[in-house]
Design a protein around this ligand. Structure first.
Ligand code: ADP
Ligand code: ASP
Ligand code: MG
Length: 408
């Protein structure tokens, strides 16, 4: 008998029939004698629909984040109640639970809250009563009882956090693909499912745009050593185990390719090449909670230089006036915001011990006629900023060039 946390994403609970299928799957685990905590996302499309509704009502105004959280959290409430109903009529006792009912406490950062604590007591009571706990993912409460949400894809994080809090034997993430692939199978049909991937690689892939798992869910799994199995809710095929690195994983030079389209580039032209500007600029961006990704500064000519950095598109218009102000203090230069780039990346533990991986990436992009606007690297990844129009093509060229394609 095991304690398993099973998370079902939006597509997996997207219709009456699919909810019945999920109930049938959960029932099989119960029949085997396992204790099951289920975490559900909102039915597919529902979160986007609710967000659009909130924005429509706000019109030209800015909707209050607190109310947007109260609004979108209803999507998961509906799904959890529906699944508990479906389990009940199958003769599987189940109880739906919202964030406040499991006392999932977060900070007060509406729309992107972080989990602080979870009280495992309410969940244990449900399990001890022989019931399946069906938890609404993505939501929590802050210290004043306000409803908060955990950022897009946040149900993954709810699931891993519950698995950690309950010391569950396994956290299964059921989704609409069979596991973690060498790249997004929707962009590259020859993508292959990988049987096993390290936390580190998965963290990089998630950070670099592979939304199959939310970044924070991987961070949390790594921190607490939660074994995560990503698999399909439509088949019984083995999926991908996300786990600690081992020798077999270290031997793989490039494990995956990721594409991030949520990139904006801000360039400050004609910056005076003297101490202080970068410090002033990036301090002001940090104060405005703008997360900066790549930073490039050119060699100066005539005492002036260009400074470029990238942010997510949602932060571009916050960054613009900050950059203008920083330049304004030196009374020259201008700011250009470009919201059309994308970032393509390769990730692999084996990069640590292999030379020439970045060079090969640049050559493959060059052969495909794709221009590189900026480069950044870490121990286990290389990222290139390119134009979004070439995004899918770049993914396919790298996937093929690094021999990741399915031979079939
Ligand atoms: P869910 O609603 O189940 O949470 P998501 O849409 O959030 O599902 O995540 C699954 C999607 O992630 C897949 O449909 C796929 O298009 C995308 N994806 C991106 N990169 C990868 C990858 N490397 N492996 C698998 N899926 C990926
Ligand atoms: N429903 C939320 C979203 O669409 C959370 C999730 O699906 O994980 O982002
Ligand atoms: Mg998701």
């Amino acid at each position: 008998m095991a304690l398993i946390v099973q998370k079902f994403g939006g597509t997996s609970v997207g219709s009456v029939e699919r909810i019945a299928n999920v109930a049938a799957r959960v029932a099989r685990f119960r029949e085997r004698g396992d204790d099951v905590v289920v975490v559900v996302s909102a039915m597919s499309g529902e979160t986007n629909r609710l967000l659009a509704l909130g924005r429509d009502v706000a019109g030209q105004g800015e909707p209050a984040p607190r109310e947007m959280d109260a609004l979108v959290a209803t999507g998961e409430q509906v799904a959890s109640a529906l699944l508990a109903i479906a389990l009940g009529v199958r003769g599987v006792p189940a109880r739906s639970l919202l964030g406040h009912q499991i006392r999932l406490r977060t900070d007060a950062a509406h729309t992107k809250a972080r989990i602080r604590t979870i009280d495992d007591e309410p969940l244990r009571e449900v399990l001890d009563a022989g019931q399946v706990a069906v938890v609404a993912g993505f939501q929590g409460i802050d210290e004043h009882g306000n409803i908060t949400t955990l950022g897009r894809g946040g149900s993954d994080t709810t699931a891993v956090a519950l698995a950690a809090a309950l010391a569950a034997d396994l956290c299964e993430i059921y989704t609409d693909v069979e596991g973690v692939f060498t790249t997004d199978p929707r962009i590259c049909p020859s993508a292959r499912k990988v049987p096993k991937i390290s936390y580190e690689e998965m963290l990089e892939l998630a950070s670099l745009g592979a939304k199959v798992l939310q970044i924070r869910s991987v961070e949390m799994a790594m921190k607490h050593g939660v074994k995560v199995h990503v698999r399909s809710s439509f088949t019984d095929a083995e999926g991908t185990l996300v786990t600690k690195e081992d020798e077999s994983l270290e031997a793989i030079v490039v494990a995956g390719v990721a594409l991030d389209r949520d990139v904006a580039k801000v360039t400050l032209r004609g910056v005076a090449d003297e101490p202080g500007l970068a410090a002033t600029l990036f301090e002001a961006l940090a104060d405005a909670h703008v997360v900066v990704d790549m930073i490039i500064q050119n060699v100066s000519a005539d005492g002036r230089t260009d400074l470029t950095f990238t942010v997510s598109r949602g932060d571009a218009e916050t960054a613009r006036p900050i950059a203008e102000k920083a330049l304004g203090e030196q009374k020259r230069g201008d700011v250009i915001v470009d919201a059309s780039p994308a970032k393509v990346s390769i990730v692999g533990l084996g990069m640590r011990s292999h030379a020439g991986v970045a060079a090969k990436m640049f050559r493959l992009l060059a052969v495909a006629g794709i221009n590189i606007e900026a480069i950044s690297t870490s121990e286990i990844k290389v990222s290139c900023l390119i134009s979004e129009a070439h995004g899918a093509e770049a993914v396919r060229a790298l996937h093929e060039g690094f021999g990741l394609a399915d031979p079939a």
